[in-house]
Write a protein that binds this ligand. Structure first.
Ligand code: SF4
Length: 266
């Protein structure tokens, strides 16, 4: 018996009016689907593509293909992503902007006292840890590249980029993937807490799957040209609809093809 009898309801996130104007997206109703997922189909290529298509109808980030952000200095993106650890975007940006206003060049940051860096990035939290890591990373990059820049990486293959960044102090798989996809235009699928939660609920991975395992899965399963947009759409879905507590399954655009939404056991 088919569980799909009608197109899912239109998503109307309650928080849209509260979002910054430039982040607002027009919410359009998804198309009806022919997919009737079973346990073995959750996480299939067809299932993943259908979910990504539906979420893109809601949030529209597929218009942001990999590489659209890769116009500047990748080191900027690396430090920005380092500052994003354990804080929100607003505090990250405040910390980054303050740092760049006080110490405009990365060489300035590398040669500054750790206390001065900590004071500048305090709004982003974990300031002492992040400032220490920042100095180690900048020293390493200068030793390896002869300048405070990662621009040379734009000519590197993805595997070499991933290996180099992964070996920097305090840089994990999510940060590596962010720099790759948004600063270097190399396909990668960063998995943060929102992407991990939505992936598990959709049935793409088990409830206990680690973010690293989910990232490996998504980077193998999602076509390269869908990584940046898919990542952004999933984050927005996690923030606006699939909340950690009290997910809005009743008005969710994928509620008829979601393992959690259908009440399926993991
Ligand atoms: S149906 Fe519920 S659990 Fe599934 S993605 Fe939508 S909000 Fe999340």
């Amino acid at each position: 018996m088919s569980r799909i009898t009608a197109a899912p309801k239109t998503v109307v996130p309650k928080t849209t009016a509260q979002m910054p104007r430039n982040e607002r997206r027009q919410i359009r109703p998804p198309e009806p689907t022919q997919l009737e997922p079973t346990k073995s189909e959750f996480g299939s290529h067809e299932h993943i593509m259908l979910v990504l298509d539906r979420l893109d109808l809601c949030y529209g980030h597929d218009a942001s293909p990999p590489g659209m952000y890769a116009t500047g200095e990748p080191l900027d993106g690396l430090i920005l992503t380092l500052l994003s650890q354990n804080t929100n975007d607003r505090n990250r940006d405040k910390a980054y902007d303050t740092l760049r206003s006080i110490l405009p060049e990365w060489e300035d940051v590398a040669k500054a006292a750790a206390e001065k860096i900590s004071a500048a990035i305090k709004p982003g939290g974990l300031a002492d840890i992040k400032s220490a890591r920042m100095k180690v990373i900048l020293d390493r990059i200068y030793a390896d590249f002869g300048e405070y820049s990662l621009a040379a990486m734009k000519d590197w293959p993805g595997g070499r980029v991933r290996e180099y960044l992964r070996n920097l102090d305090g840089i994990g798989p999510k940060t590596v993937a962010c720099v790759m996809v948004f600063d270097l235009g190399i396909p990668a699928f960063p998995v943060d807490t929102h992407v991990a939660r939505v992936s598990r609920r959709l049935g793409w991975q088990s409830e206990k799957a680690s973010p690293e395992k989910i990232q490996d899965f998504l980077e193998a399963a999602v076509p390269p040209e869908r990584c940046a947009g898919g990542h952004l759409n999933m984050i927005e879905h996690g923030r606006r609809v699939c909340h950690a507590r009290n997910p809005q399954c009743g008005t969710c655009a994928v509620n008829d093809i979601c393992r959690f939404g259908l009440g399926e056991a993991a």
